[in-house]
Design a protein around this ligand. Structure first.
Ligand code: ADP
Ligand code: MG
Length: 493
């Protein structure tokens, strides 16, 4: 949704321009402690309870690189097909802001950890490869809190719990051409980083944050326009809204004979509008220089090999395997690899049941439905994959009809009991025994002389009515195929 406004171009004007978009994504690495010191960085703790002399920038305190953070950053780099540099270097990025006590951020500059990667995304017109310029490591800043206090009209507060949390920044090439592609790229990036185990990428906890660089150029032009960088995009929906707004704004500026100013803009989540925050700084404004308190980061060939060998399987390979090994459709394979826990759950169910297609249907259907309805994640599903697998085998053996299985599943989900227990205790077994059904069928036919006459007069559709009556009389436990057969035999004889 775009707000109408004098500063936005209409649809036809926008269509005359080609947007160019590059994303800078910050991902918080899944370590226990900070990148250069021993404090933890858990989300939601009381302010300033996770600091130490390094984080506070006290004189004489020295940073020590967290090697776990390095390993996770290397995993992230491999997941996005980057070349990992044997030599990289930390650098001081100097700027003043209250959430940065040292007066500089330790980042990487001209020697980043990794470069030259790519990710394939699905677009409306097929697959597209998006280039990734670089991945570098850096420390996070703290948070300034501007409201919520009785004296917030006069003061801002600073919480340093997040300061020094380990980040990797992933910078894309300006290869994206509309907001949908940007969102597709972010989704794929999030997925591979999660599968690689480098970060949970929980946006609500700020573990994945995105700045969008946007410019427009007249369609057909092959030079880039001037870009604006939009900050503060903490959901994919906002990324999309902000990019669309910015495209329409820049198209209006250019069409009106103006020029786009290179600047940093802030997205207002309440109004959906971007507004100028400050002129865009150039890198020389930061007075970068190599961090004298840290030696260069060397990732040896051995270490790189070890990390590569221990890499978890990534979504693209898993999708391909799900279609070839289990015969799933491309669609099912995609849905089942939307999160690592979902993929794991599916595979265990497929193994336990021996019926991968049924497993795929049940995980996407009944299980997801029940999880959504109860607001639970698949990781704390009350039904384990092994138990779901057991239920599916009972269907394959004919002990349960599909319909009964759904009823049993609902009870499993509610009580945590196994399918076999429920079938046993509640006598829910499917009736597949002709002699047990015969008497019920006769009863039903005796009760319904009118319908029998209709059937025998040629209205074969009435059969459905009889099937329904038998199913009701058996509380849904009769084998429907057998009921059909027996009814036909009895009525036609
Ligand atoms: P900075 O720190 O100045 O923002 P970076 O190199 O970190 O520079 O990021 C630049 C980002 O802007 C990259 O994602 C790049 O693809 C993108 N970009 C560069 N030029 C343009 C442009 N003309 N239009 C849109 N995006 C651009
Ligand atoms: Mg930037």
């Amino acid at each position: 949704m775009l707000l109408a406004g004098p500063e936005l171009a209409d649809k036809d004007t926008v269509a005359k321009f080609e947007p160019v978009i590059g994303l800078e994504v910050h991902v918080q690495l899944k370590t226990r402690t900070k990148i250069f010191s021993h404090s933890t960085h858990r989300f939601g703790r009381s302010p300033n309870t996770q600091t130490d002399p390094v984080v506070l920038g006290l004189p004489g305190a020295l940073p020590v690189l967290n090697q776990r953070a390095v390993s996770l950053a290397v995993r992230a780099a491999l997941a996005i097909n980057c070349k990992v540099n044997r030599f990289s270097q930390f650098a001081r990025k100097n700027y003043f802001y209250p959430d940065l006590p040292k007066g500089y951020q330790i980042s990487q500059y001209d020697h980043p950890l990794a470069e030259h990667g790519w990710l394939d995304i699905q677009t409306g017109s097929g697959a597209k490869r998006i280039g990734i310029t670089r991945l570098h490591m850096e420390e996070d800043a703290g948070k300034t809190i501007h409201d919520g206090f009785s004296d917030s009209n006069r003061y801002s507060y600073v919480d340093l719990n997040r300061a020094g949390a380990p980040l990797c920044e992933i910078v894309s090439e300006p290869d994206l051409r509309n907001a949908e592609e940007a969102v597709a790229y972010l989704n794929e990036l999030k997925l591979v980083i999660q599968f690689a185990g480098a970060s949970d990428c929980d946006m609500e906890k700020g573990q994945l944050r995105c700045d969008a660089n946007v410019s427009v150029r007249p369609r057909g032009s092959d030079t880039f326009g001037t870009r604006c960088e939009i900050k503060n995009l903490n959901s994919f929906r906002f990324v999309k809204q902000a990019i669309q707004y910015e495209i329409a704004r820049q198209a209006a500026v250019v069409t009106g004979g103006g020029t786009v100013v290179q600047e940093t803009r802030l997205f207002n989540t309440a109004t959906g509008v971007t507004s100028s925050m400050r002129g865009k700084e150039d890198s020389h404004d930061y007075r970068y220089f190599p961090e004298p308190d840290l030696p260069p980061l060397i990732v040896s060939g051995d270490r790189l090999r070890q990390i590569r060998e221990a890499m978890p399987e990534l979504p693209s390979s898993m999708r391909a395997r799900f279609t070839s090994q289990y015969g799933l459709s491309a669609y099912d394979a995609r849905v089942l690899t939307l999160t690592a826990p979902t993929a794991g759950y599916f595979e265990r169910t497929a193994k336990a049941s021996g019926n991968p297609k049924a497993a795929a249907n049940w995980v996407q259907g009944e299980l997801m439905g029940a999880l959504n309805a109860s607001g639970r994640s698949i990781e704390d599903s009350p039904v384990s994959p092994e138990r779901l697998g057991e239920l599916l085998s009972l269907v394959d053996k004919g002990t349960l009809s599909g319909k009964l299985a759904k009823a049993v599943f609902a009870k499993m989900f509610e009580s945590g009991r196994s399918a076999a227990e429920i079938v046993e205790e509640e006598g829910l077994r499917q009736i597949s025994d002709a002699s047990a059904l015969d008497s019920i069928i006769h009863e039903v036919l005796e009760r319904s002389p009118k319908q029998v006459a209709q059937y025998q007069g040629g209205k074969k559709g009435v059969l459905g009515y009889f099937v329904g009556q038998v199913m009701r009389a058996t509380r849904g436990q009769a084998n429907p195929r057998l009921v059909n057969q027996l009814l036909r035999k009895t009525l036609d004889s």
